[in-house]
Design a protein around this ligand. Sequence first.
Ligand code: GLN
Ligand code: ZN
Length: 759
Amino acid sequence: MSTTHLLGFPRIGAKRELKTLLENYWKEAIDEAALLQGARELRQRHWLLQKGAGAQLLPVGDFSLYDHVLDAQLLVGAVPPRFGFDAAELSTRQYFELARGNAAQPALEMTKWFDTNYHYLVPEWRADTAFRAQPERLLAPLREAQALGVNAKPVLLGPLSLLWLGKAKGQAFDKLTLLPGLIAAYRELLAALKQAGAEWAQIDEPILALDLPQAWLDAFAPVYAELAPAAPRLLLASYFGSVAEHAPLLKALPVAGLHLDLARAPEQLAVFLADYPADKVLSAGLIDGRNIWRADLSAILEQAEAARARLGERLWLAPSCSLLHSPFDLAAEIQLDADVRTWLAFAVQKLNELKTLQRGLNQGRAAIANELTGSDFAQRQRRDSARIHKPEVAARLAALPRDADRRASPYPQRAAAQQAWLQLPPLPTTTIGSFPQTQSIRASRAAFKKGELSAADYQAAMEKEIELAIRRQEALGLDVLVHGEAERNDMVEYFGEQLSGFVFTAGGWVQSYGSRCVKPPIIYGDVSRPQPMTVRWAAYAQSLTPKPVKGMLTGPVTILQWSFVRDDLPRGEVCRQIALALNDEVLDLEAAGIRVIQIDEPAIREGLPLKRAERDGYLAWAGQAFRLSCRGVDDATQIHTHMCYSEFGDILPAIAALDADVITIETSRSDMELLTDFGDFRYPNAIGPGVYDIHSPRVPRAEEIRHLLDKALQVIPLRQLWVNPDCGLKTRGWPEVEAALATMVQVTRQLRADLKQPA
Ligand code: GLN
Ligand code: ZN
């Protein structure tokens, strides 16, 4: 018999119950006892669901009230001292203050969990960080599970990954020097779990899928040699990529099993099967935990059978990674397109696939003949579906000339052609696109969606909002205006809804961080644009003003990155399809008189593969897709792009290669350090570094903006510099937006005047 297990389950709940609990607790509609009771019930329901679906060894400790990396820090008692909290006595209120900040201290920093769209809270390490195990934090849920009669497997983030993911604060030091103290805490935790009756513990070391420095790789053997003796049987889990290069190291570790992500990296199975140690379990992550496509059971079973022949019962079956990254239950999607629905599997369906796979393996293919037929049929139907394959899309891509992604003239020539009609002053001012999504905008959209507002009335309501935005920008004296994006709920959804090849779920939520969830569109087929998507709004805005209005599009890479993407085409190919669909829009905007067009790519950095060796390939197709989206525009049409909230310093050549005429970029996170990078790199085109943070209602002071602009002028030539906020303003209110932009424009005017005066 092969054991089935899972690495983690979506904790947010089928109906986002955790979100409701958290938000009610935060606004004091429920008390702490109700929150904790609600969370306990949710955990228990999820365990029973997993057990009912036939999973045999269930994760415990994967549930979190906010974030599992925060929980891992707390398990070893590492609370940043700046909060002044006692790790052993941490209250629920204090827990959320770490996650969300309080009056005195900003929250822990948040960043992306590997290449997913989940954000974790970054541990803060100091040279003198001390660790003290807090086993009760994990023992409590373990007891809950045991009381339910669940076969429980505690899950911990491994010590090396926890350490790696944290940031060194204070005096510089090598994070590895913290290992001895950390290991002592882990030993105590693991011993407590063993004592409490846990037979197995899963210890996640996802950093194994990164390019690790040798010193970190060398740490694995001694660390696990120290941990194993006092611990339950350890299952060391890797995911999100291949760990084949570390096979000799991993096979020699004193752990009782290894988990491999065979959805992302199926080829590593063969490497591990070759002299796999006789004392270890191998957990095959065959069901894709990160995507929403139904498993190809026949193909997967074949792999499982090969592994089974070598390993016998030491082969375990699992999803590739925690199901945290998968939506909850497809059964709730009653309105979804019927064809597409048969091609999908969410977390609950993945549990069933796992169970089926196990039966097929244990009892032979005949035992799951019906399921195999169903799976084969769905695969075939998807492969051959006319809904997916639009020959004209492929043909159009194939027919592109080699230099399809090149602008007609080099930047200096284009800049001159653009300035000839734009006649912009030095340091042109603009914004990033969205203006406040006011109550009135949201009410109109909700009424329209419910059918209470006719299309004509909705359009009229949006036009009123656009007019308001234009008048306000004119009054502020901005140079390049925007229509304000009132009609957009979300920058990807808005386009996905109008492109073919996309479907949307009603409840396919995935946790992004804390109580926040996103509902990614599903790209299932060839992408094209049946009709213009934004032209009407942009053209209306332009009709109201003699000032140039900038059209706003979400770029191909960002649309791809924030969707679930079909797995039957390379991502680069899907991205190029989106690019051509957007190109249709760009050319229609241009024809409608919109001659400044911004193509937002905030997600370009996060698509970067985990392994360095794959990065250039990604950047090449991502850049090509961006350039294809503005294919064929006139020299005089000015293409902007926008990026934010990522480390861009190391991909500057790729950003420059987009060849956008202007890039507006968020800089508040690095106090314009980024600009030094741009300066050193000699960024060739124009650049608008954000001059104020848009995350708080705080209105920047004139001196702050002036300081940033003076700093910018030291590294960016005057003729290349634009002035704008960090990002879109949709989460703000109008009073602070008007005050902040008025200050921005006034400072810019003063600076222009000062620059005219010879010093
Ligand atoms: N144009 C978008 C806006 O202003 C850009 C948002 C983003 O960068 N995430 O809202
Ligand atoms: Zn932005």
